[in-house]
Design a binder for this molecule. Structure first.
Ligand SMILES: Cc1cc2nc3c(=O)[nH]c(=O)nc-3n(C[C@H](O)[C@H](O)[C@H](O)COP(=O)(O)O)c2cc1C
Length: 163
């Protein structure tokens, strides 16, 4: 028998993760949509695939799953405000943001992030109340800095062990 919803939430609290903003331009009106995610992972080396999961009730869900391309910005340690903003609902978060443009794809990217990844949408896998969006990486730019992490509902930085 599966675990209860409360028990499931405990897993979310125990799992630390890097924080990214995934963004795309809506195909119908070219407006940007963007949300904070911790589900971004590198998936395949050859071909170079990445993925993230998006919940069905996200406002950006229809635009994201129908987009031909999306951008992933891995946030830097000093970008917790950006993470908070893109975890909100409403159009304000994108309207008040000046995005970087992709080098090869028309995707919105967060300036001054740790990495900017441009992807062509490759596959959508429906799974439970989320869709897994898989992208083929066309361009990646990595910058100097430390990652923003999320653990137990708090943002923080990476602290290496001394040994
Ligand atoms: C640290 C953090 C990680 C999150 N990770 C995800 C995720 O992986 N997938 C997802 O669908 N929502 C995730 N969310 C929630 C979305 O950011 C939130 O529901 C947002 O309001 C969705 O925006 P939208 O409704 O404009 O699409 C996360 C939120 C936080 C704070």
């Amino acid at each position: 028998m599966p675990i209860s919803g409360d028990e499931y939430k405990e897993i979310g609290r125990a799992a630390a993760g890097a924080v990214s903003v995934v963004a795309a331009y809506d195909r119908r009106n070219n407006e940007p949509v963007a949300l904070t995610v911790s589900s971004f992972v590198t998936l395949s080396f050859e071909p170079p695939l990445v993925m993230f999961a998006i919940q069905h009730n996200a406002d950006s869900y229809p635009s994201m799953v129908s987009s031909q391309a999306f951008g992933v910005s891995l946030l830097s340690e000093n970008q917790s405000e950006t993470a908070r903003r893109f975890a909100l609902k409403g159009r304000d978060k994108t309207a008040q943001t000046t995005f970087d443009s992709g080098v090869t794809l028309q995707v919105p990217l967060i300036p001054n992030s740790l990495a900017q990844i441009e992807c062509l949408t490759n596959q959508i896998v429906l799974s439970g109340d989320h869709a897994i969006v898989i992208g083929m990486v066309e361009t990646v730019r990595i910058f100097e800095g430390e990652p923003l992490l999320y653990f137990a509902r708090r943002y923080g930085g990476f602290r290496p062990l001394s040994n």
